[in-house]
Design a protein around this ligand. Structure first.
Ligand code: C5P
Length: 219
């Protein structure tokens, strides 16, 4: 049985970690839609354009060939041939991406590209609007939640493991701010699809979350 799996939820809820494992276990394609909005934001910042200027941001997107390339060391992200895998995780991109992502014309184009990538099924796609807009007919829809304290703690530990320092209280504020922007925007706000299964991961291990989703896939 070929299915599509949509995973949505707020920032740092573990979506990409879980989605990658599922994709690997099922030999499905993993599509990180957040990376696409991040790649666009990187381009806008690089060109010194105003992220609030919808027409300018849309024009940059129109000229941006964004590729998600699976590799041994995880998914690589390219824009017009430039490897931006690391740059798109910068503090600056993380704290600006919600502005680029609020524009209607930008979202329309992104959704189109994402639907094209998923056209053959066998995908695990994560983001904010996958179950509600990108793949409304996905057979499995998951909405991951976790307390903001737990999400900040996970992100903090991830940073430390990569050799970066980060401030836990500051991270918590930034995550809350991003969730607020993503939930309150007018177009396709972050929201659980009616038919999505909600999983609170606060006290679950990564494998615990993966196992829960696999049970749902088998139903
Ligand atoms: O998933 P990630 O945290 O990398 O997403 C970065 C940002 O991209 C989100 O905070 C949100 O503003 C935007 N986004 C979105 N719709 C998606 C995926 C991401 O608006 N499907």
């Amino acid at each position: 049985r070929t299915i599509s799996i949509a995973i949505d939820g707020p920032a740092a809820a573990g979506k990409s970690t879980v989605a990658k494992i599922l994709a690997e276990d099922y030999s499905y394609l993993y599509i990180d839609t957040g990376a696409m909005y991040r790649a666009l934001t990187y381009m806008v910042l690089k060109k010194n354009e105003d992220l609030e200027n919808e027409a300018a941001v849309k024009e940059i997107l129109s000229d941006a060939h964004i590729e998600l390339v699976p590799s041994e060391s995880g998914q690589l992200v390219f824009v017009n041939g430039e490897n931006v895998t690391e740059q798109i995780r910068s503090h600056e991109v993380t704290n600006s991406v919600s502005i680029a992502a609020k524009h209607a014309s930008v979202r329309e184009e992104m959704v189109k590209r994402q639907q094209d990538m998923a056209v053959n099924g066998r995908v695990v796609m994560d983001g904010r609007d996958i179950g509600t807009h990108v793949l409304p007919n996905a057979e499995v829809k998951i909405f991951l939640r976790a307390s903001v304290t737990e999400r900040a703690k996970r992100r903090h530990e991830e940073n430390l493991s990569k050799g970066f320092t980060s401030d836990l209280a500051q991270l918590e504020l930034e995550i809350e701010r991003r969730d607020k922007l993503d939930s309150e925007r007018e177009v396709a706000p972050l929201k659980k699809a009616e038919d999505a299964v909600e999983i609170d991961t606060t006290s679950l291990s990564i494998q615990g979350v993966v196992d829960e989703i696999k049970k749902i896939v088998q139903e």
